[in-house]
Design a protein around this ligand. Structure first.
Ligand code: G6P
Length: 592
């Protein structure tokens, strides 16, 4: 949550470079944004509420004069979405500006102390204490970097922040603990940002800042310090060109683009190192307990994965919601294997659970999309999803590739990796068919039901998690209440909510779940429900039929989820919402 970027260079277009970087990080938060620039006129801050585009229209963030500056796109945690709470925040004299991603847990205490000392704080944010603390340190004669290194250890919680000051107008200082921050260097230019994606095409060297480390950026020299203040030499990595691509490619929204590219990205999921899979598969088989931890869509992919590991690999695995993982930490030991699933690799709940498991001696295997993530650093083995940047807040192609990776992993447990790769490659073509066959029918369904307040999604067995994922997609972006549940559970409560015209979406492919799911759909229909079926077989009880191709029963989740993504997408459009930026949400959740 929140994207931060700093830039200094010998290039006159500093504010437009910062603005372009913010655009690429808007997925991290988009309720308000702001930029602080240093120029001959001192420190100038412009900020406002709304999407980046809206704020830019009003304040011309991309045309601000100045040779260096910092920019922020916000997902509010402490303090409402108001202009005053928008970053950057300044000290009493407007000489220091700070942008921050994370939460300063002890901000109240620090704030009270600052107010007692006579500081004038104007916002409700936790962040604002940072520039005021820096002000005190600099008043004592410390340089900006010394001030940052003194203040950072006094902040509890998680942070990545950047600071600039009119007193030392040639540098940007950044530090982090718990929240991501990378440094990128190009020809006479230096950047710091929450995500290397913001720097794509601009840098030749990428540095990952470690917990407690500080970077001092100037156009010609960047210096790194460890948590004790000792200068350190860090190794750079070559920026990954694949992560440069983050354009809509002719589509109206990233989400649609990402749905449509799934037949291709699914193939990328199979480009894996077989040895890595074999060694992880053996670890899974040897472990006393296998725990899969994840949030949101990644957790639903994990639920499909658990099923695959059980039915193919004959090993029971428990899926624990990452935000609840800490409460089970007592039963984790060195004989436990923790599989952490996260598109971003930076979801704080996942990271904190994994840290606890790590301490308890568990083996950590992660399934991640983003390269160079915090989660990757904590893991003994990493499997990458290879689906490239996913910008839409809704997980689409990353979900499909997570399911594909679980499929490969489950078959690696029985030494059938190659066969699994072939099967996934073939199913890519079936995904294209599902899209072609159903776009029109899905649009008709949206036309018919877009005014409904409630949707129910049901399925059984391996498809149950797809019902939950479909419901999550719909509520996230169309703001229609939706519930996904095992079809057999409908009669244990939810059936009482079904009335004349209530849409019930049943995933009932012609596999071992067909008869029973159909019979649960009939129970709903008898109470007035309209049945939208996702199946490879038509049936007279369906009011609408979303047609699936026939595939092997373990591959139905891959073909069945795609029309549900399209349903959510078209429903959001029909109801007039931007599917890429659902209200109150963000793609990377780096707070608890
Ligand atoms: C947020 C996103 C979801 C995502 C979840 C987990 O809530 O909006 O789309 O599934 O985080 O993210 P992760 O990066 O850990 O997979």
């Amino acid at each position: 949550m929140c994207g931060i970027i700093g830039y200094c260079g010998n290039n006159g277009k500093a504010s437009s470079i910062i603005f372009e970087g913010l655009k690429k990080m808007e997925y991290r938060g988009y309720d308000s944004s702001g930029v602080a620039m240093l120029s001959g006129d001192g420190l100038v801050v412009k900020k406002g509420v709304g999407t980046l585009e809206e704020v830019n229209k009003k304040y011309k963030l991309d045309k601000m004069p100045g040779y260096m500056g910092i920019g922020h796109t916000r997902w509010a945690t402490h303090g409402g979405v108001t202009q005053i709470n928008t970053h950057p925040h300044c000290d009493c004299k407007n000489q220091i500006a700070v942008i921050h991603n994370g939460i300063v847990d002890n901000y109240q205490e620090l704030r009270d102390d600052l107010i007692k000392k006579g500081h004038h704080l104007i916002s409700e944010t936790d962040t604002e204490v940072i520039p005021h603390k820096l002000e005190d340190e600099m008043k004592m004669g410390r340089s900006l970097e010394e001030a940052v290194m003194h203040v950072a250890p006094r902040l509890h919680g998680s942070y990545a922040f950047l600071a600039i000051s009119t007193k030392e107008p040639n540098k940007i200082v950044g530090t982090r603990k718990g929240s991501p921050l990378v440094v990128g260097l190009g020809d006479h230019k230096a950047f710091a940002a929450s995500d290397s994606l913001a720097l794509s095409g601009l840098i030749d060297q990428l540095y990952l800042l470690g917990d407690g480390e500080t970077a001092v950026l100037t156009p010609d020299k960047t210096t790194f310090y460890d948590h004790t203040g000792r200068e350190i030499h860090k190794k750079f990595i070559k920026p990954d060109v694949m992560w440069g691509e983050s354009e809509k490619g002719g589509y109206d929204y990233f989400m649609l683009k990402e749905i449509m590219e799934q037949p291709k990205t699914l193939i990328e999921a199979t480009n894996q190192d077989e040895e890595n899979f074999t060694s992880i598969a053996l670890d899974i088989l040897r472990a006393d307990h296998v725990i899969v931890t994840a949030c949101g869509s990644s957790r639903y992919a994990a639920l499909v994965g658990r099923y695959l590991i059980s039915s193919v690999g004959k090993k029971f695995a428990e899926v624990v919601m990452a935000s609840e993982f800490q409460y089970f930490a007592d039963s984790v030991d060195k004989n436990t294997l923790v599989l952490a699933v996260s598109q971003s690799g930076e979801t704080l709940d996942v990271i904190e659970g994994v840290q606890l498991a790590h301490k308890a001696g568990a083996k950590i295997v992660s399934i991640i999309n983003r390269p160079q993530s915090l989660l990757g650093e904590l893991s003994h083995h990493v499997i990458y999803l290879n689906c490239g940047p996913e910008i839409g807040v809704c997980a689409t192609k990353s979900f499909l590739n997570q399911v594909a990776v679980f499929y490969l992993l489950a078959f690696s447990m029985v030494h059938c990796f190659d066969m699994a790769v072939d099967n996934i490659r073939k199913v890519g073509k079936q995904v294209s068919k599902v899209i072609d066959w159903n776009r029109e029918e899905i649009n008709r369904i949206c036309e018919r039901y877009y005014k409904k307040n409630d949707f129910y999604f049901i399925a059984r067995g391996i498809n149950f998690a797809i019902a939950s994922e479909g419901a999550l997609k719909l509520k996230e972006i169309s703001y229609i209440h939706a519930e996904g549940m095992p079809a057999g559970e409908l009669k244990h409560g939810t059936l009482s909510l079904i009335e004349e015209g209530t849409p019930v979406l049943a995933i009932c492919p012609g596999d071992y779940t067909y008869r029973e799911t159909l019979s649960n759909a009939m129970e709903a229909k008898s109470r007035g429900a309209k049945i939208i079926a996702v199946s490879d077989e038509n049936n007279e009880i369906y009011d609408h039929w979303i047609r699936l191709p026939k595939v092997h029963e373990l591959l139905y989740p891959i073909v069945a989820v795609v029309p549900l993504q399209l349903l959510a997408y078209y429903m959001a459009i029909k109801r007039g919402h931007n599917p890429d930026m659902p209200r109150n949400l963000a793609k990377s959740v780096t707070v608890k």
